[in-house]
Ligand binder design. Structure first.
Ligand SMILES: NC(=O)c1ccc[n+]([C@@H]2O[C@H](COP(=O)([O-])OP(=O)(O)OC[C@H]3O[C@@H](n4cnc5c(N)ncnc54)[C@H](OP(=O)(O)O)[C@@H]3O)[C@@H](O)[C@H]2O)c1
Length: 240
């Protein structure tokens, strides 16, 4: 049975990824951020053996270290880590407005360093697996060449920096047989903006299904690409 860890599994794309991986027969570790998540409890009662739900704050060294201990006590190798958890921060303020630097640091700590904290901490388990597969859920908002926005400072900068840390990690683990895939999940109907974005093009399930197809298309294939890939949920490449 292959194993996978998904961060930010409380709702949205993360929850749909957990569900999709369970249906595909993976042993799944789901990082739960909020205190109570009835959807994860319901999945746990359906998939008692296959699913482990762990409290996880990717902004905290201690929380990530605790999650690692819990996973390492159950498995010897982790096949797939999906760094999905993220926050948006303020999206309205421009360079002519007051900017909240403390909030920006928090967004950076979650979106950029949170993923790196997870990847670095779980690397010993990942490198013991056959697949050594890391997925960083980024965004089109992290593309510098496609940038059209005039605000969203924290989010766009944090995702651009996530893209850079993904390439650094990929460059190091590729000779060891590993890879990092950077994915824009599409415009998805989630609560990221504090309320349901009903106008978005995709349901979380559609986005997650696309992401898992990207993974399956690459699993078991040696990472021959010289560079880290940055693609959307439908496998279309994005400009860095
Ligand atoms: N929705 C889109 O259109 C879109 C577009 C491009 C990229 N993305 C990316 O897709 C990913 C999933 O986002 P989503 O749309 O599904 O939004 P979402 O529903 O808000 O999901 C984000 C998840 O991250 C969790 N989280 C927040 N802070 C955390 C922390 N410190 N530690 C661990 N988990 C934390 C949230 O938990 P709580 O819900 O309990 O706070 C939630 O489960 C994100 O990386 C996002 O940047 C989304």
């Amino acid at each position: 049975m292959k194993s996978a860890f998904v961060t930010g599994a409380d709702r949205g794309v993360g929850l749909a990824l957990v569900n999709g991986l369970l249906v595909k027969g993976y042993q799944v570790f789901a990082g739960q951020y909020a205190e109570e998540v009835p959807e994860l409890e319901a999945l746990k009662s359906e998939y008692a053996e296959q699913l482990q739900v762990l409290r996880l704050d990717i902004a905290s060294d201690e929380s990530v270290a605790r999650a690692f201990e819990a996973v390492a006590a159950r498995i010897e190798a982790l096949d797939l880590l999906i760094n999905n958890g993220a926050i948006l921060g303020d999206i309205g303020a421009t360079v002519l407005d007051a900017l909240d630097y403390a909030e920006m640091l928090n967004v950076f700590n979650v979106n950029t360093l949170g993923s790196l904290r997870m990847s670095q901490t779980f690397m010993p388990l990942l490198l013991k697996s056959d697949s050594k597969f890391l997925v960083n859920i980024s965004s089109e908002a992290g593309s510098i060449s496609n940038c059209y926005r005039e605000s969203w400072y924290a989010y766009c900068m944090s995702k651009a920096a996530l893209n850079m840390q993904s390439r650094l990690t990929h460059n190091h683990i590729k000779p060891l047989g590993g890879r990092v895939l950077v994915v824009h999940p599409g415009w998805v109907q989630t609560f990221m903006q504090g309320k349901l974005d009903a106008a978005a093009a995709l349901t979380p399930e559609q986005s997650a299904a696309g992401i898992l197809m990207l993974v399956e298309a690459r699993l078991g294939r040696i990472a021959t690409e010289a560079e880290c890939e940055y693609v959307d949920y439908a496998d279309s490449p994005l400009n860095w």
